[in-house]
Design a binder for this molecule. Structure first.
Ligand code: GDP
Length: 336
């Protein structure tokens, strides 16, 4: 319901003050920049519209912090009519009172005109903070936003808070939660994954967007950050392998328009199972954008692979019904 973009794909908008970390976040998550190299990024000084070539094909509009986006000269409708979620980045290592004032103004404005936009507050750069200070800062920020909202009579505004850092997996986890809210099919996906897990004794299954390492769904068993890390690290192996074999998976918009789709072809989709410490990892590419990754305990030895292959095949077929549009897109040239 919240994916209101004309092309039906969820669109995100990244906002926050200058130096809060917006360029770093989009470079690390969507362009695989190593976090330490963000030190040399130029700070955002203009509106950047990027078209992500992933399953979601969402856009990140990177706003400079000083821009007054509620200035009448600015085409507010054009921007806000299209987005599903506004991600507001706050630098937790810096003075944040002004950032919160601006955030509160923005939320109140949105509540008035676009009450369905999810506001996702990333309390960012928490890697530099002590555990105590981190918790206090987080609670303080939430309190200040909620007080302002309830003072204005908006008790139930769709505002959520996350602690993030580009130096660990928290930024990917946060993005995953943000994106999942924008996928109307999420309950179906979770049900399919739950059933796959119980049939095959899988501990945890993730459906990953390969390019960004955002997971668009997981089964509903409790998620611990460790399993996400193990699974997302495994994708890097796959992407290397894919490049070796020349799979078309360009990050640039439209680059691969002339290449033929190979990802939905069973014969060429990558399926692997490997032992990793005390676990087994199973990976299968579902289409050009998505991969299913399953984590299993020691009690699921490799002999079970045939059973898993079969059931994942069933899952894959079901997924084609859930996302018929993705299949169409894959058949046609990708939208620019
Ligand atoms: P922008 O102006 O909002 O686009 O901010 P930048 O992306 O240019 O980031 C400003 C500075 O913050 C850069 O030096 C980044 O390396 C740093 N930075 C971004 N994210 C993090 C983070 O999670 N932790 C830490 N410690 N520094 C970060």
């Amino acid at each position: 319901p919240n994916s209101k973009a004309g092309d039906g794909k969820p669109r995100l908008l990244l906002m926050g003050q200058r130096r809060s970390g917006k360029s770093s976040i989009s470079s690390v998550v969507f362009h695989k920049l190593p976090p330490s190299e963000t030190l040399y990024l130029e700070t955002t000084t203009r509106i950047k519209k990027e078209s992500m070539h992933s399953f979601m094909d969402f856009q990140v509009w990177d706003f400079p912090g000083h821009l007054d986006y509620f200035d009448p000269a600015f085409d507010v409708d054009n921007i806000f009519e299209e987005i599903g979620a506004l991600i507001w980045v706050i630098d937790a290592q810096d003075e944040y009172l002004e950032a919160i004032m601006r955030l509160n103004t923005t939320i109140l404005n949105l509540q008035h005109s676009y009450p369905n936009i999810n506001v996702e507050v990333f309390v960012h750069k928490v890697d530099g903070l002590s555990e105590d200070y981190k918790g206090d800062t987080f609670r303080d920020i939430i309190q200040r936003v909620q007080d302002e909202l309830s003072d204005n009579g908006y008790e139930n505004a769709p505002v959520s808070f996350y602690q993030t850092s580009i130096y660990d997996h928290s930024i990917f986890e946060a993005f995953s939660k943000v994106i999942q809210k924008l996928i109307p099919q999420l309950p179906t996906l979770e049900a399919l994954l739950n059933s796959l897990c119980s049939t095959c004794h899988i501990e945890k299954a993730y459906l990953f967007d390969i390019m960004s390492k955002i997971y668009i769904a997981t089964d509903t068993s409790p998620t611990d950050i460790g399993s996400y890390e193990i699974c997302s690290d495994y994708i890097d192996v796959v992407i290397d392998v894919s490049e070796i074999y020349g799979w078309p998976r360009s990050e640039q918009n439209g680059d691969d328009e002339n290449l033929t789709e190979t990802g939905n072809n069973d014969a060429e989709s990558l399926i692997t199972m490997e032992r990793k410490g005390n676990n087994y990892l199973y990976l299968r590419e579902i289409n050009k954008y998505l991969a299913l990754i399953c984590l299993m305990g020691d009690d699921s030895p490799a002999e079970k692979k045939a059973v898993i292959d079969y059931n994942v095949g069933v899952f894959q077929a079901a997924l084609k019904q859930v996302f018929p549009r993705a299949e169409r897109d894959a058949a046609d040239a990708p939208a620019a």
